[in-house]
Design a protein around this ligand. Structure first.
Ligand SMILES: CC(C)=CCC/C(C)=C/CC/C(C)=C/CC/C(C)=C/[C@@H]1[C@@H](COP(=O)(O)OP(=O)(O)O)[C@]1(C)CC/C=C(\C)CC/C=C(\C)CCC=C(C)C
Ligand SMILES: [Mn+2]
Length: 310
């Protein structure tokens, strides 16, 4: 459903820009309830471009993770990268690309984070283990840190205090590292939530050096052994993910005022998945941690408060 177009796309008549944004919106609402909620808190112009980015990221991920992933080869990703070049050259090749081309005309997005994300998905084609956290970090940067960079370009930074006379000639602070940190935090959270699902596909994203440190084996992970060694390993991973959230949160205040509420919401809501994992006694083999809708809605005013005072 989210595959590359089969026929030579240039021959097709594509939908209008508005219709294309609508498609991206529908896709975001369908696949990402939490992020979608966050985007509804943004200004209309920013929100629709975030949908366009979301749609591109999701389609990229689906190439290696979706129902037709078995047919994906390195050549498929090369073709997808060519399609990306075409989008950056202003030539949409399918109905979702139309909105992304429009977004590129409105916001100064660079192509490199998009290329890096494809490189991250390429890693999923040939790799199912990560020896060290440094190895895993590179994967997380590519598939998720890059989303922080793309999103920040759309949401923009706060320039107001820098226009005051006493700040003349100073450059606004760009919270690049913090934006990447939120992507990393989200991806580490994903990894912890999806341990069981990934194991069923023969994948282990937790660094093997950490398994060894807690004297827990790959084979035990595949069997879903939940004991004190597993709990200690998970506590360590959760603590690491929380450090990335803390770093990310320090950057939110530098974002444009209208972007702070959605980003606080995204950070808090995704971070709550870690609380749920703890409440589930680290059972991530057979139970998927999720934040109930009512709790999500209750988080929004708290996120708004933070966006006003922090
Ligand atoms: C200064 C500061 C803090 C700025 C904020 C910057 C910011 C908004 C950062 C957020 C970054 C973010 C949302 C990262 C997403 C990470 C993520 C979930 C990556 C997923 C990768 C693959 O994992 P996996 O296959 O294990 O996941 P699934 O089980 O398949 O879900 C991704 C799927 C890669 C593709 C990423 C997306 C589809 C998410 C893109 C999200 C947006 C564009 C929405 C951002 C908007 C808001 C409001 C946060
Ligand atoms: Mn995926």
């Amino acid at each position: 459903m989210l595959q590359l177009p089969d026929s030579p796309p240039r021959m097709k008549t594509l939908v209008s820009v508005d219709e294309s944004y609508k498609l991206c919106q529908e896709l975001t609402a369908k696949y990402a309830k939490t992020f979608y909620l966050g985007t509804l808190l943004m200004s209309p112009a920013k929100r629709q471009s975030v949908w366009a980015i979301y749609a591109w990221c999701r389609r990229t991920d689906e190439l290696v993770d979706g129902p037709a992933a078995a047919r994906t080869t390195p050549e498929t990703l090369e073709l997808w990268e060519k399609q990306l070049d075409s989008v950056f050259a202003g030539q949409p090749l399918d109905n979702y690309d139309v909105a992304l081309v429009d977004t590129l005309q409105r916001f100064p997005l660079e192509i490199q984070p998009f290329r890096d994300m494809i490189a991250g998905q390429r890693m999923d084609l040939y790799r199912s283990r990560y020896e060290t956290f440094e190895d895993l970090y590179l994967y997380c940067y590519r598939v998720a840190g890059t989303v922080g960079l793309m999103s920040t370009t759309i949401m923009g930074v706060d320039t107001s205090i820098y226009t005051a006379p006493w700040h003349r000639n100073q450059q606004p602070y760009l919270p690049i590292d913090e934006a990447i940190a939120l992507g990393i935090a989200n991806q580490l959270t994903n990894i912890l939530r999806d341990v069981g699902e990934d194991a069923r596909r023969g994948r282990i994203y937790l660094p093997l050096e950490d398994l060894a440190k807690f004297n827990y084996s790959e084979e035990e992970l595949f069997r879903g052994v939940l004991d004190d060694r597993w709990r200690a390993l998970m506590k360590f991973q959760i603590q690491r993910a929380r450090e990335f959230y803390t770093k990310a949160d320090r950057g939110i205040t530098y974002l444009a005022p209208d972007a702070r509420w959605p980003v606080w919401a995204a950070s808090m809501l995704y971070g709550q998945i870690l609380d749920v994992i703890e409440r589930n006694d680290y059972q991530v083999f057979s139970q998927r941690a999720y934040v109930p809708q009512v709790q999500k809605l209750r988080t929004l005013p708290a996120a708004w408060m933070r966006s006003q005072v922090l």
